[in-house]
Design a protein around this ligand. Structure first.
Ligand SMILES: C[S@@+](CC[C@H](N)C(=O)[O-])C[C@H]1O[C@@H](n2cnc3c(N)ncnc32)[C@H](O)[C@@H]1O
Length: 263
């Protein structure tokens, strides 16, 4: 829709337009989304018409704002990467408190680079690498890399295909959703490759466990984020591949969400 005239509206008028459009789409639900949007937009803006169009299409506010907070940083986000989730912050917290001594860390399926960049801020003497199969994700991760002095080394790789060394710690939040699962409509804007995995969501997690053992130093650690109810399968898989001291870690809703194994 041609909405050029809207750019001359004042910030209060733009707020009213946003509220009206939001309510026509979401009614009274998801009010916090509108709050975040108004706060993040820095009104008045010249392209308010585009924003209203995107609200009407139910595009997630993170993709409208093109940025989102994760842990202690703010990340450029676009439709080529997953929107960073709050539960993944637990992984960063855990690594920065329990694995401070790790000097060489690999983040598999780095997406926006949010895990790798936050780790590099906290573990300043560690060398951090982030890989992703998506060249467009790596392009964005490199842009996000500029928020730290301790630059992460980002490159494309199909899991370990371009990885040529061993690490003290490998972390990953891989795609783990079963293709049969019906998800919320908002998720349909995120890249399929970031969300879904074959074999009830377990295919990529399994591959990572199998290959990791060859890319970990002796006493190296693998920490994976996973889906609801996948922990028993993953625990058995880790034992089968020779991992020891396996631990399960819960998320903010008290659901098992992370698995750790030691080589
Ligand atoms: C769930 S997203 C996680 C993104 C980011 N690490 C985060 O936590 O917000 C999974 C990521 O794995 C990547 N990915 C999927 N298959 C891959 C593969 N075979 N090799 C490397 N990366 C892959 C996707 O492109 C996506 O960026």
């Amino acid at each position: 829709m041609q909405r050029n005239y809207l750019k001359f509206k004042t910030d209060n008028e733009q707020i009213r337009l946003l509220q009206n459009t939001w309510h026509s789409v979401y009614q009274n639900s998801y009010a916090e989304g509108l709050k975040f949007l108004i706060k993040g937009l820095n009104l008045p803006i010249h392209n308010i018409g585009d924003v209203l169009d995107k609200i009407e299409k139910k595009i997630p506010i993170q993709y409208i704002l093109k940025k989102w907070s994760f842990y202690e940083g703010e990340y450029f986000i676009n439709e080529n990467v997953l929107i960073p989730r709050p539960e993944t912050e637990i992984l960063v917290d855990y690594v920065t408190s329990k694995f401070k001594d790790k000097k060489n860390i690999l983040d598999l399926g780095t997406g926006s680079g949010c895990i790798a960049v936050e780790l590099s801020k906290k573990l300043q003497t560690a060398k951090i690498t982030g890989v992703d199969i998506s060249a467009k994700a790596i392009e964005l991760a490199k842009k996000n890399n500029s928020q730290t002095e301790n630059h992460v080394n980002f490159f494309t790789s199909n899991w370990f295909s371009n990885v040529n060394q061993k690490y003290d710690l490998i972390v990953s939040n891989p795609p783990y959703i079963a293709k049969s699962l019906n998800l919320d409509e908002s998720v349909s804007f995120e890249p399929l490759i970031a969300l879904y995995s074959e074999n009830q969501g377990l295919a990529d997690l399994s591959k990572i466990i199998t290959y990791s053992i060859n890319y970990l130093q002796m006493n190296g650690v693998l920490m994976l984020e996973h889906g609801i109810g996948q922990e028993n399968y993953l625990q058995e898989k880790m034992i089968k591949e020779g991992f020891k001291k396996i631990e399960l870690i819960k998320d903010l809703k008290d659901i098992n969400r992370f698995i750790i194994g030691h080589r």
